[in-house]
Design a protein around this ligand. Structure first.
Ligand code: NAP
Length: 518
């Protein structure tokens, strides 16, 4: 393979340019004309139907059906694992450069169809235009980045050569990977997890989130169009609680790559740890889970920059990012001014259907999520002082006003538990050390940020703020592939560092070969 140019992030489409806005409107109209179609499963390279169906809807207007999917039965899930196992040797034997070539072809297709994928994201997950553009761009980045990382793994560092011996190290694929992504980055995370497993030579059984299966089905079609063999990747839609255990515990499942909530991640980890009859390996589990991410605003912070960073991190995509700021921990000297400014910032945010580019916040993902978030808000009203929001926003979709609750103590449920919605808790700190202590008072450890002009405090936070992704004087969302390898500490997961140079190592095993030479 000719040397690839160095990796760079996919540039974002600028929607302030009228021609780009018009093109996005055209893509939305084109995708709208395809809504409501039925999507089959893909098992052992064959398209399959199931009796029970799984419709996905537009959370901005739940009457709009985005796609009708199959609810795979348990038997079908088993078939998918067995078929992936049967094809594994063939796929593993494919030249690594050929797998990379296919991945770069998938990336090229995604670049060409970027606005179309944005439109699916806007309609099925309720992302605004900019968030959808970032999601699709990140999926492209994962393809480009992991392609280059696979080439690096394919030519490992030379080993020490002993006299009379020739030695080398090879990275081999593991086997069948069950890939279980969440709905909140329905393209980027799904694509990143899937292609990382495929490009390293594993076969994949993909079970997308039941909230966003259409995006999963569209991505699988794109992989096939790029030339990936249909047997290398199965699409098994259906309820995680019905078929998830079976996919995880099947003895031929070699590894599980999961991103989602803490409880489901822990369950998968536990189930995968128990060997099944006929199983001859210890299953690997990559589990990236929730967050309760804090931004510290120090006495020496640039207050306006901090307010801007907190508002963007708390309410971007309606607070439904694992990296979202859900706790602002603010030095008492700035506290009152901070609360006032965050209130003003939150009240400026427009809420409504995600396909209208005038709206900053779209809906939350579904009715159940809205109810859960509202019940946290009710609890929060008792645990602190409601500053703004606290109620649904008008419209047919699952809209909520950005909500800010101040004077929240560290034992409060809204300080400790992941809400996964547009709810920000603000807590007062006596000084910087107290702020760090509060920020670390969490079972999670995913992202965090510190605003301060004092380099000594920033150094101290770099040592002591116990999170996988720490940001200094910037927001705590928006990790970029290649620049911010992503993954959390503690109950936030296995710290796999997606989009970083070590990520692919989780999908391979190293074989050391030493040959006696005369
Ligand atoms: P979730 O409810 O845990 O679901 C994630 C996936 O697991 C879905 O595909 C779901 O399928 C499936 N699932 C559910 N029960 C299962 C079971 N028993 N066995 C196997 N799979 C099962 O999470 P979510 O609501 O989709 O996503 C939000 C969560 O993801 C938040 O906690 C967020 O912080 C976290 N997240 C973390 C990261 C990170 O990098 N750390 C990134 C993004 C999101 P169904 O949809 O069919 O139930």
């Amino acid at each position: 393979m000719t040397k690839l140019p160095a990796f760079t992030n996919e540039p974002y489409t600028d929607f302030t340019i009228p021609a780009n806005r018009a093109a996005m409107e055209t893509a939305l109209a084109a995708v709208r004309s395809k809504l409501g179609r039925e999507y089959p499963l893909l098992i052992a390279g064959k398209r399959r139907q199931a009796e029970a169906k799984l419709p996905s809807i537009n959370p901005s207007g739940p009457a709009e059906v985005i796609g009708v999917h199959q609810k795979a039965t348990k038997e079908m899930a088993v078939e998918a694992i067995e078929a992936a196992h049967a094809f594994f040797r063939k796929w593993a034997a494919t030249d690594a450069e050929e797998r990379v070539r296919l991945l770069l072809e998938a990336s090229a297709l995604l670049k060409r169809r970027k606005l179309e994928f944005n439109a699916w994201l806007i309609l099925e997950s309720g992302k605004n235009w900019a968030e959808a553009e970032a999601d699709t761009s990140e999926a492209i980045d994962f393809c480009e980045y992991y392609g280059r990382q696979m080439l690096r793994l394919h030519s490992p560092e030379p080993l020490l050569q002993l006299p009379g011996e020739r030695g080398h190290l090879r990275y081999m694929p593991l086997g069948v990977g069950v890939v279980i992504p969440p709905w909140n980055f329905p393209l980027a995370i799904l694509a990143g997890m899937t292609v990382a497993a495929l490009v390293t030579g594993n076969t994949v059984v993909l079970k997308p989130s039941s909230d966003t299966p259409t995006i999963g089905a569209q991505f699988i079609d794109l992989l096939l169009e790029a030339g990936f063999p249909a047997e290398s990747v199965s699409l098994v839609t259906g309820s995680g609680s019905e078929i998830g255990d079976l996919l995880v515990t099947h003895p031929k499942t070699r590894f599980v790559s999961f991103t989602g909530s803490r409880d489901v991640g822990l369950r998968i980890n536990q189930l995968a740890a128990t060997p099944q009859p006929g199983q001859v390996w210890i299953k690997r589990v990559v589990a990236e889970m929730g967050g309760k991410d804090a931004i510290i605003v120090d006495a020496e912070a640039d207050l306006d920059a901090a307010v801007q960073g907190v508002v963007a991190s708390a309410f971007g995509f309606q607070g439904q990012k694992c990296s979202a700021c859900s706790r602002a921990i603010v030095d008492e000297s700035l506290y009152d001014a901070f609360v006032e400014k965050v209130k003003a910032g939150a009240e400026k945010l427009t809420v409504g259907p995600a396909d209208d580019p005038g709206n900053y916040m779209g809906p939350v993902i579904n009715r159940g999520a809205r109810e859960t978030i509202l019940s946290y808000i009710e609890k929060g009203k008792e645990e602190g002082r409601l500053i703004t929001g606290g109620e649904p926003a008008p419209g047919d979709g699952y809209f909520l006003r950005p909500t800010v609750i101040a004077d929240v103590g560290p034992k409060a449920a809204i300080f400790q538990e992941e809400i996964f919605g547009p709810v920000l808790a603000i807590t007062k700190a006596r000084d910087f050390d107290h702020a760090l202590e509060l920020a670390n008072d969490s079972e999670y450890g995913l992202t965090g940020a510190v605003y301060s002009r004092n380099p000594e405090k920033l150094r101290h936070a770099s040592d002591q703020f116990h999170v996988g992704n720490l940001y200094l004087n910037r927001k705590c969302t928006g990790a970029m592939v290649g620049a911010h390898p992503f993954g959390g500490f503690n109950m936030s997961g296995t710290d796999s560092k997606a989009g970083g140079p070590d990520y692919l190592l989780q999908f391979v095993q190293a074989k050391s070969i030493a040959e006696k030479v005369s």
